[in-house]
Design a protein around this ligand. Structure first.
Ligand SMILES: O=C(O)C(=O)C[C@]1(C(=O)O)C=C[C@@H](O)C=C1
Length: 294
């Protein structure tokens, strides 16, 4: 049995995702308020593993979470990744009981609370139905739902999961309000040791590359080290090192295991031209299978 940290409180998409990933297994799932707390729980040994939402179909990389993942303080290897749908709903206190209209009335809602990532996923719905509502940003979807629970006047709603609505005894005022139906989030599991996992469809390796200064064409050389070996990259993204303005590292996802001849030799070649390479992990990658959801 493992202790697994996730972004809480109870009712987040992270909680749904971790339940899905470890379905049928006996673990202790522990909610933490902030993603920094989620990461640090495993650093300090309070938990064995931490779950981090890292990328979303609509809003792209969750930059704050990525920055924690790569921070020197955290420095824990990626042990697995999986994909899970982010289904967002408008949650609040139903006010229109007794009205004969079929059309939902959101006019009483003056404030919408959620995490920035979820608000970004529901822009079209908000623009169409709640253009004047004040947007209030909190640290998770369920945190917003919990706040709405304390505002029974109906003027405040949250964007969050059905699980949170049930958990906190609120109504789903509008379901599935994301801009696109295929809204998925990529979650990663970090920790010192890999737990027993089911066989995966794919294996991935993630590295961080910092280019040498004053080396024109260095990025081209990095990419060609992969290209001529026909190694597929599924993501490349630059992020500031935070050390100086204009200094970046590249976060690269590679569709190959480190247990091969080709990939270690590509990384050695990249290091030979003066790049710094940090291995973030070589790990099983799971796609989403609807049938497995519990
Ligand atoms: O707030 C939550 O419910 C979370 O689990 C976090 C998070 C994220 O930050 O990416 C996870 C997935 C959803 O897309 C929205 C929010």
């Amino acid at each position: 049995m493992k202790r697994i940290a996730y972004l809480g409180p109870v009712g987040t998409v992270s909680q749904e995702a971790v339940r899905y990933f470890f379905a049928g297994e006996e673990h202790e799932f522990i909610p933490y308020k902030l993603i920094s707390d989620v990461c640090m729980a495993t650093v300090t040994g309070e938990t064995d593993l931490s779950v981090i939402p890292i990328e979303n179909t609509i809003d792209g990389s969750v930059r704050l979470h990525m920055d924690w993942l790569v921070s020197e303080e955290v420095n824990l290897p990626i042990q697995a990744e999986w994909v899970y749908p982010s289904i967002q709903n408008l949650i609040g206190h139903r006010q229109d009981a007794g009205s004969d209209s079929d059309k939902p009335d959101y006019s009483g809602i003056k404030k919408v609370i959620s995490i920035d990532v979820a608000i970004a996923q529901c822009r079209s719905f908000l623009k169409e139905h709640l253009p004047n509502a004040e947007l209030v940003y909190v640290s998770s979807t369920a945190e917003g739902v919990l706040m709405v629970k304390d505002h029974p006047n109906g003027g405040t709603a949250a964007i969050g999961t059905r699980l949170a609505a049930e958990q906190y005894g609120l109504d789903v005022l509008a379901s599935n309000i994301t801009d696109h139906d295929n809204n998925y989030t990529r979650f990663i599991l970090i920790g010192r040791d890999r737990p027993a996992l089911k066989p995966a469809q794919n294996v991935k390796t993630t590295i961080l590359v910092t280019l040498p200064e004053d080396y024109p064409g260095a990025l081209h050389q990095v990419l060609s080290a992969f290209a001529w070996r026909r190694i597929n990259l599924s993501k490349i993204e630059s992020r500031p090192t935070k050390l100086r303005l204009g200094s970046y590292y590249f976060y690269i996802d590679i569709e190959m295991s480190m247990d091969t001849v080709l990939l270690p030799s590509a990384l050695a070649e990249i290091e030979a031209i003066g790049c710094q390479v940090r291995l973030m992990g070589s790990y099983p990658s799971y796609s989403y299978h609807n049938a497995e959801v519990q």
